[in-house]
Design a protein around this ligand. Structure first.
Ligand SMILES: N[C@@H](CCC(=O)N[C@@H](CS)C(=O)NCC(=O)O)C(=O)O
Length: 286
């Protein structure tokens, strides 16, 4: 027997009336996925000497913030000096009581601004970028229309990327088996997103116009990574080379010294010379 609309064999899975957390779902990251929030263990976070304390990891969401901090330092904003502490998410560091106090959502990146009294906690990478842009008056245009365009692209990234990472990446690279239905669904959406970017970048140098902004910093680690670094080993499958404007934009951003520096911070894997697991001063990267 086949499903009348797709010719696929019928699914044998019947969802129960009430879902219960009984077993690991399988696939990479299954061990850290839980259906409940909150801390699993008591542990305080370390705090260094610099005004800003970052708790993170060099994933695309983490890199957004280290790139922004390095860009601010490159502009001469000394108050943007930061300590970057490594949060090993595969070991469950994001579930410590200290981390949960800074980010109740238990995901990197999380920022504590110790230059304010009391210290200000900021979580969600997009929110951290806006906070830093406003605090240091940089990389977020002030003129209302330009600002709206920048924030529109920033929020576009925050809303779109879960389909790339949690949807496409999960089912194409991490799930225990290759399932055709979700791979088709999320490939369609990711290619549409790449086309949105490509059309926009055909008309302008950066995402929101002539200026490099936090919208570019947020979007580059995800879609730049996808078209330049064969993320999920999907470059051929997605035909990323056909999004020539995205390739041009990603290449241009990647040439920036602050981007090169930011990509290495909180990196605890890959070639030794590219790792900077913790950063407490510029000399940790130099
Ligand atoms: N919307 C969040 C997403 C952050 C996020 O998904 N972080 C991942 C690493 S890239 C994480 O910490 N995962 C650990 C977990 O899910 O337990 C943001 O942009 O800050």
């Amino acid at each position: 027997m086949t499903d009348a609309t797709t010719d696929a064999p019928p699914s044998t899975y019947e969802p129960p009336k009430v879902w219960k957390w009984e077993s690991e779902s399988g696939g990479r990251f299954a061990k850290i996925n839980r259906p409940i929030a909150g801390a699993t263990h008591e542990k305080a976070l370390p705090v260094g000497q610099n005004p800003l304390q970052l708790y993170s990891l060099a994933t695309p969401n983490g890199i957004k913030v280290t790139v922004m901090l390095e860009e601010l330092l490159a502009l001469g904003k000394k108050e943007a000096e930061y300590d970057a502490w490594l949060i090993n998410i595969s070991e469950g560091d994001q579930f410590s009581s200290g981390f949960v106090a800074v980010n109740p959502n238990s995901k990197i990146p999380a920022l504590l601004d110790c230059s304010t009294t009391p210290p200000t906690r900021v979580f969600e990478s997009g929110s951290i970028l806006v906070y830093l842009a406003e605090k240091f008056d940089a990389f977020l245009p002030k003129e209302p229309a330009a600002r709206a365009e920048c924030l529109s692209w920033l929020f576009w990234q925050m809303g779109s990327t879960p389909y790339l990472g949690g949807g496409f990446g999960h089912f194409y690279a991490y799930a225990p088996e290759k399932y055709e239905y979700p791979i088709n669904r999320f490939t369609m959406e990711v290619k549409r997103q790449l086309d949105v970017l490509d059309r926009n970048l055909a008309e302008r140098e950066f995402l929101s116009g002539d200026e490099y902004t936090i919208a570019d910093m947020a979007t580059y680690p995800w879609y730049g990574g996808l078209v330049l670094h064969n993320v999920y080993e999907a470059a051929e499958f997605l035909d990323v080379a056909s999004y020539a404007n995205v390739v041009r934009w990603g290449t241009e951003i990647e040439r920036r010294p602050a981007v090169q520096r930011g990509r290495r911070v909180n990196r605890a894997w890959g070639p030794e010379e590219k790792r900077v697991p913790e950063r407490h001063s510029a000399s940790d990267i130099d």
